[in-house]
Design a binder for this molecule. Structure first.
Ligand code: 1CP
Length: 362
């Protein structure tokens, strides 16, 4: 490969050999870290923290330094995109997000405004620049966006949902209207991710947190279709001339690996309900895999964490193209010490496994 990356996270994204399995964790920055709570309090609230590049940079770096992670992920939220499109966003204390006014018909869609990432989302891009400066090449920086489908669920429901009543109502009753909304969001997301890349992110992850609430046909027609539209438009060479891998994490969609590969992504993020060994056999040579430890393993003892890590590493086997991660994000009540146990176990066990394999080959 031309311009072969040196960091093990980027190497694994491109299925190049590494000496130990890279690890980072979804939601590695956040409320389970006391140092995060201090900075959030300093900012005032969560959204103010996202909009303050100095403080957002600080919380991005916290888990990188504390746990020696192999990648940093931009501290922000997927819901800043609907806000940039003209909706009002707030996070009530303790509850989920609120987006207003909700989108339910064609007239509502007319209210959405065009987005120039440098303008409405300039604070995110400024944060990207500052994080890259602060990291000084220590580990790569991952940028991200929500998928159009996942963003649309929040925009149509007005927040988190258990039943997805309104967005599914739109999907079945007014499919053309939903596609129009998804296309509009896709174009904003593509521009936004390209702007993140131009400002220095070295990989991008698309979070399709709610892909799994759709049936397989609808997942392909409504979620993957718009993800593919984005991937097609991405500038896949970074500011430094290196290729920028695209990671697709679609929660609850492990049965549709083939369809996910077809979007053109480089890495598929798996939740813990998918068997890593069979997923690897399925996509080998075509995509790398990220995941997929059940986050609840972090509530168990260090011995059990190590056992589960070993099992997962063995499931993947000594092949290139595995990035260790949880099957979903860190929870607020998790113990940071268990993350230390996890990272140590992944380092030690993966080195052992990869060395044994090299000896057998040699
Ligand atoms: O009170 C607080 O401090 C806010 C808690 C919090 C945090 C730490 C929210 C509110 N968002 C975040 C940060 C965040 N969100 C990151 C930061 C980077 C990191 O991983 O360290 C990222 C990548 C996200 C992405 C995000 N936001 C997703 C996709 C990933 C996932 O978890 O599935 C989603 C669905 C959201 C929406 C969101 N943000 C926050 C809340 C409470 C919610 C709603 C979640 C829901 O509907 O259940």
């Amino acid at each position: 490969m031309l311009n072969e990356p040196t960091h093990r996270f980027l190497r694994a994204c491109h299925s190049l050999p590494v000496e130990q399995t890279p690890i980072w964790l979804m939601r590695q920055a956040g409320r389970y870290l006391p140092e995060y709570m201090r900075v959030r309090q300093q900012a005032g609230d969560f959204l103010a923290l996202c909009k303050n590049p100095d403080l957002a940079t600080e919380v991005t770096l916290q888990p990188v330094y504390r746990f020696d992670m192999d990648a940093a992920i931009l501290f922000s939220d997927i819901l800043v995109v609907p806000e940039a499109m003209g909706m009002s966003l707030s996070f009530g204390s303790g509850e989920g997000p609120v987006l207003e006014p909700v989108l339910r018909n064609a007239a509502d869609l007319q209210r959405l405004t065009p987005v120039q990432p440098e303008e409405q989302l300039g604070y995110v891009l400024q944060t990207v620049t500052q994080i890259r400066q602060a990291l000084a090449g220590r580990v790569p920086l991952i940028g991200f966006s929500g998928s159009p489908w996942t963003l649309a669920t929040y925009m149509v429901e007005g927040g988190s949902s258990k039943t997805f009543r309104y967005i599914k109502g739109m999907l079945f009753d007014q499919p053309a209207l939903l596609q129009q909304l998804l296309d509009q969001i896709s174009d904003v997301v593509a521009d936004y991710l390209n702007a993140q890349i131009a400002h220095g992110v070295q990989a991008v992850q698309i979070f399709d947190t709610w892909g799994g609430v759709l049936g397989p046909r609808e997942f392909v027609a409504f979620s993957l279709r718009s993800i593919r539209r984005i991937v097609d438009r991405l500038q896949r060479t970074g500011a430094d001339g290196q290729p920028v891998p695209v990671i697709l994490f679609a929660k609850g969609c492990g049965a549709l690996l083939e369809e996910m590969v077809a979007t053109g992504c480089d890495v598929i993020g798996l939740d813990w309900t998918t068997d890593l060994a069979s997923a690897r056999r399925h996509v080998a040579q075509r995509a790398a895999l990220q995941g997929n430890l059940d986050p609840a393993v972090l509530y168990a003892s260090p011995q059990i964490i190590r056992q589960q890590v070993r099992r997962l590493l063995q499931d993947y086997g000594a092949h290139p193209g595995h990035i260790f991660n949880l099957g979903h994000g860190m929870a607020q009540d998790m113990d940071p010490q268990r993350v230390v146990d996890l990272v140590t176990a992944v380092r030690e066990e993966s080195r052992l496994l990869l060395q044994q394999q090299a000896l057998q080959k040699g």
